[in-house]
Ligand binder design. Structure first.
Ligand code: VGL
Ligand code: ZN
Length: 201
């Protein structure tokens, strides 16, 4: 195939983000067939997997008196507290059973450090700790990225913004994403992506 500089980044299509999961994104499962189809047309496929220790600092259960979706101040800035989700080795952390994983060249895990969350596939939420994905893409000569997955307004948007900031040509396939939409987070994320030059299709 000629477009060897193009990669598909599939963000967090895991059971906990699908209906019935611990942090279910409405219609999260409906994007799976379209993502599987897209994998056939893009030569490099990368999956991300949210992968938290059971005492992760982004879990409301680690903050006495706090509830899920409250905001707290972490040393690296404001952080939403989430229900326990995507715990390493749990059924909720597994990819949706219909997601094709065989076409993936790389599966990258994130959020595995207890003290820091990582929405983006490139940098943890301190905006400085790298996941290593940038190096992988650059050494493979990848210049264009298409993103799809969950959730539009968190991990997809943060990944798209970081990718654009790193100089990649970024397209988000919006019909193959679904949002959490917490207090206007979808509008905010959409505007930020547009402003950063991310193509939304
Ligand atoms: C995500 C909240 C917490 C996501 C991950 O994949 O968008 N959101 N962890
Ligand atoms: Zn998470």
């Amino acid at each position: 195939m000629s477009d060897t500089d193009h990669a598909l980044l599939v963000i967090d299509v895991q059971n906990d983000f699908c209906p019935g999961g611990a942090l279910a994104v409405p219609e999260g499962d409906q994007i799976v067939p379209g993502i599987n189809a897209l994998m056939q047309n893009i030569p490099c496929v990368i999956l991300t997997q949210d992968w938290h220790p059971s005492d992760h600092a982004s879990f409301a259960s680690e903050h006495p008196g706090a509830a899920a979706y409250d905001m707290v101040d972490m040393p690296y800035g404001p952080q939403v507290l989430w229900p326990d989700h995507c715990i390493q080795g749990s059924a909720g952390a597994v990819f949706h059973p219909d997601l094709e994983i065989d076409p993936a060249d790389l599966i990258i895990r994130k959020g595995f450090r207890r003290a820091i969350d990582s929405y983006s596939a490139f940098f943890e939420n301190d905006q400085t700790t790298p996941t290593g994905l940038e190096g992988y893409l650059r050494t493979r000569g990848i210049k264009r990225l298409t993103l799809a997955g969950l959730a539009t307004d968190f991990c997809v948007a943060f990944s798209a913004l970081d990718a654009a900031g790193l100089g990649f040509d970024v397209t988000v396939q919006m019909d193959l994403c679904r949002a959490i939409d917490l207090n206007g987070s979808l509008d905010k994320a959409t505007n930020a992506m547009r402003a950063a030059g991310v193509r939304l299709v």
